[in-house]
Design a protein around this ligand. Structure first.
Ligand SMILES: [Zn+2]
Ligand SMILES: [Zn+2]
Length: 743
């Protein structure tokens, strides 16, 4: 039957963990078939959504055996050719399942079969005419209504209720009242006239102006800019001015921040500056809201998209600039599912589109600095703090011989006391939540560890439980040792929960604000605490990494960093880079506005070279020093790494699996050697992963290291199809990780 009907062969991407596309038949008469359109396809005994990648092609399979598509779901492509190109590059570069990569670029609503798509028109409030006497009357009678009126008035475009709520959370009553008084009206628009928008921005200072001009010069061409600006130097203002220019040229901007950086403060600031021109994409959006935002940006209805990692795949109409704030942040690296680095994908995207990309941070990643050294990226500096305020002094406090009270040395306690007495705030950074990280038997040495993971259970006294921070499993506290039945159970070490308790005894009557994942359950919790801090009252703020970046705390004059020593002798090659970044980021919180700040780092290894160099506060120097070390040991960025990971219910199974993969790799590698490609690639392992047991499964890894990335790539390209064919591949899960964050 097929032979008589006219057909063509087409290749489709399906959201499945496989490395190939699927062949189907479409009617030859379907002339409007275009790559990027979705089709409903018969798949085994059900239906799946497939994305057309290539039509009029050939198949290795006999066409008699191919199936016809069921129906076309889109009249227009949902994925532009540009994003298709980016996805194809990603699948190849990161060695990820091709269909999954393509589908990652689509909003969830489009990955499903349902075809009902929501209305996308924009409704905004605008201010009608208002004369001076009426305005005064409003201000005198209802201050809140007047404030909402002003927010709408100052916006460059008028504002939707959604955006007003971001600036003024409980705005509904005010809006209703203003409408009733006929002071505002709601209109529906198709698009904004952006050429005349005048966002309300601060004027740039000399140093900022210089950087802004230098970056502007590369408009319309591919260029990677690194903006290394100390905390408080006003990087965001530079971003905003660059965004404004893009808007006026009718171009779009993708502005990425780390998960932790998308704070109410930044959302408010962006909403105030750009009103409805800025879309804000965050994990709290429903599938429908997300689709709406995606579609509005794709159609070019809104020029700015502020979002986290996955916003890098947003479809655009006329992208002019990509900005990545805190580019060194690890949350840009997706660690499970499809493994990729949003920064590197964004750079590739900018290159494909021939547009500039700006990476901003106080502490650039070593990869980026290495690219500056090689003259691939352009480096700009911002060294002055805005609104006065000096860079804080960093003191390394040797506690190797000190008695600690609540985890703090006497000298630190004294300094905290002095600052509080002067009405200032103190921030204590301790990146460990819970009460105590170790619970053990004093009699026999037994330790409470997780049944599921190679990890200790953390004591959480507030809920009277032991909790594993890796898998979340909980158990009751033991009254007696399960091993020797002794009642002498002790805990050791200090977490934020215990620190809060001890400090409240040490500094009676002082407000203590704790910010960690146990006290912050949602956005409101976070906002309430930030407001508490911003009120400026003398207080101690305890925080994990949640507090390290992106917030303004004008009244903090002293920052203390506790328990940083672990990183000095960690087996992870990135540990010292991260420690230096964290200390500088956290200490940057001290002494903004007009107050001098100080940071104290407690350590038992005060003469460790890294500790010594941190006091100079020159991140560039510290980074070049760590880079030298990396070069010596041929670690990234001086080599490239690809890791195969496997996990199983028994360690042996995972190791065996990787041994099979290793054999394939070695075979191809030695074959290649005869072609003169000798000894460029080291294959190490398989070995158990650092935390081998996790959530009940054993994990192992096999590492490939080489300073010749193209040799590594060609090996993998040849090996992967063979690896996929291995019988054991069907029995056991494995993943491949290109440029992994940790080795
Ligand atoms: Zn015991
Ligand atoms: Zn666990």
């Amino acid at each position: 039957m097929k032979k008589q009907s006219k057909y063509q062969i087409a290749k489709f991407a399906l959201e499945l963990p496989v490395y190939h596309l699927f062949d189907y038949l479409i009617e030859a008469s379907d002339e409007e078939a275009q790559a990027g359109q979705r089709y409903l396809l018969p798949f085994i005994s059900r239906f799946k959504v497939g994305l057309l990648i290539e039509k009029n092609t050939t198949s290795k399979i006999d066409p008699e055996k191919l199936r016809f598509v069921t129906k076309k779901l889109d009249q227009q492509p949902q994925l532009s050719s540009h994003l298709q190109q980016l996805a194809a590059w990603m699948a190849e570069y990161y060695l990820q399942a091709i269909g999954e990569v393509y589908f990652q670029c689509l909003p969830r609503l489009l990955r499903k079969k349902s075809s009902k798509l929501p209305d996308n028109r924009i409704k905004i409030w605008q201010v009608k005419e208002i004369n001076q006497p009426d305005r005064l009357k409003l201000r005198n009678k209802s201050l809140k209504q007047h404030e909402v009126l002003q927010i709408i008035e100052q916006s460059p475009t008028g504002l939707s209720q959604e955006v007003i709520r971001k600036i003024f959370p409980a705005c509904q009553t005010q809006i209703k009242a203003l409408e009733k008084k006929q002071l505002i009206k709601e209109i529906i628009i198709d698009r904004f006239d952006v050429t005349n928008v005048k966002p309300d921005l601060y004027q740039l200072q000399d140093e900022q102006q210089q950087v802004y001009q230098n970056i502007s010069k590369t408009d319309g061409q591919f260029c990677v800019h690194i903006l290394q600006g100390i905390t408080g130097s006003g990087k965001t203002e530079v971003y905003f001015h660059l965004i404004k220019d893009q808007i006026r040229q009718n171009k779009q901007v993708i502005y990425l921040v780390p998960e932790i950086g998308l704070t109410p403060q930044l959302i408010k600031r962006t909403s105030r500056a750009f009103g409805d021109l800025a879309l804000i994409s965050h994990s709290g959006l429903s599938d429908i809201q997300r689709y709406k935002a995606w579609d509005q940006f794709r159609l070019g209805l809104k020029p700015v998209l502020l979002g986290t990692r996955s916003s890098v795949f947003s479809e655009t109409k006329n992208l002019g600039l990509i900005i990545i704030d805190e580019e060194h942040d690890s949350s840009f690296r997706q660690q499970d599912g499809i493994r990729y680095h949003a920064r590197d994908v964004a750079i590739k995207r900018a290159q494909l589109l021939k547009i500039p990309i700006l990476l901003g941070t106080a502490t650039p990643s070593l990869e980026s600095l290495n690219n500056v050294n090689k003259l691939h990226y352009r480096l700009h500096h911002l060294n002055q703090r805005q609104g006065g305020g000096q860079t804080p002094i960093i003191q390394i406090l040797d506690i190797s011989k000190s008695y600690l009270q609540a985890g703090l040395a006497a000298e630190l306690i004294e300094q905290i006391r002095q600052q509080l007495k002067q009405g200032n705030q103190v921030l204590i950074y301790l990146n460990r939540r819970g009460f105590a990280p170790v619970v053990h038997c004093h009699e026999c040495g037994w330790m409470a560890s997780c049944q599921q993971c190679d990890a200790k259970m953390t004591l959480h006294q507030s809920v009277n439980q032991l909790i594993c921070h890796h898998c979340g499993s909980r158990s009751q506290l033991f009254a007696r040792c399960p091993s020797c039945n002794s009642g002498d159970i002790k805990h050791y070490g200090i977490g934020t929960e215990q620190l809060e308790l001890s400090l409240s005894e040490l500094f009676e009557g002082v407000d203590i604000i704790r910010i960690d994942r146990d006290t912050i359950k949602n956005k409101n919790d976070f906002e309430t605490r930030l407001q508490q801090i911003q009120s400026g009252k003398a207080a101690i703020i305890i925080g994990t990494q949640m507090i390290a970046k992106g917030h303004d705390y004008a009244n903090i004059t002293l920052v203390a960093v506790l328990e940083s020593d672990q990183a000095l002798y960690s087996g992870q090659y990135r540990a010292s880079e991260r420690l230096a970044q964290t200390i500088l980021q956290v200490s940057g919180r001290a002494g903004r506005a007009n107050k001098v700040g100080k940071a104290i780092v407690q350590t038992r290894f005060a003469d460790h070279p890294l500790m010594l160099s941190i006091t100079t506060q020159d991140y560039s120097d510290i980074a070049q020093q760590i880079l030298l070390e990396r070069k010596q040991f041929a670690f990234p960025p001086y080599s490239r790494v690809v890791i195969f990971r496997a996990d199983a219910t028994e360690l042996e199974k995972a190791i065996n699996k990787l041994d099979e993969i290793k054999k394939v790799l070695q075979q191809i590698n030695s074959g290649d050697r005869t072609n003169g490609n000798s000894g460029k690639i080291s294959i190490l392992g398989p070995v158990p992963a650092i935390m081998s047991k996790r959530i009940g499964r054993y994990r192992a890894q096999l590492s490939l290291i080489s300073n010749d990335f193209s040799a590594l790539r060609s090996l993998l390209k040849m090996a992967l199809p063979e690896i996929v064919k291995l019988k054991i591949s069907k029995q056991l899960k494995w993943q491949v990780d290109v440029d992994p964050f940790d080795l």
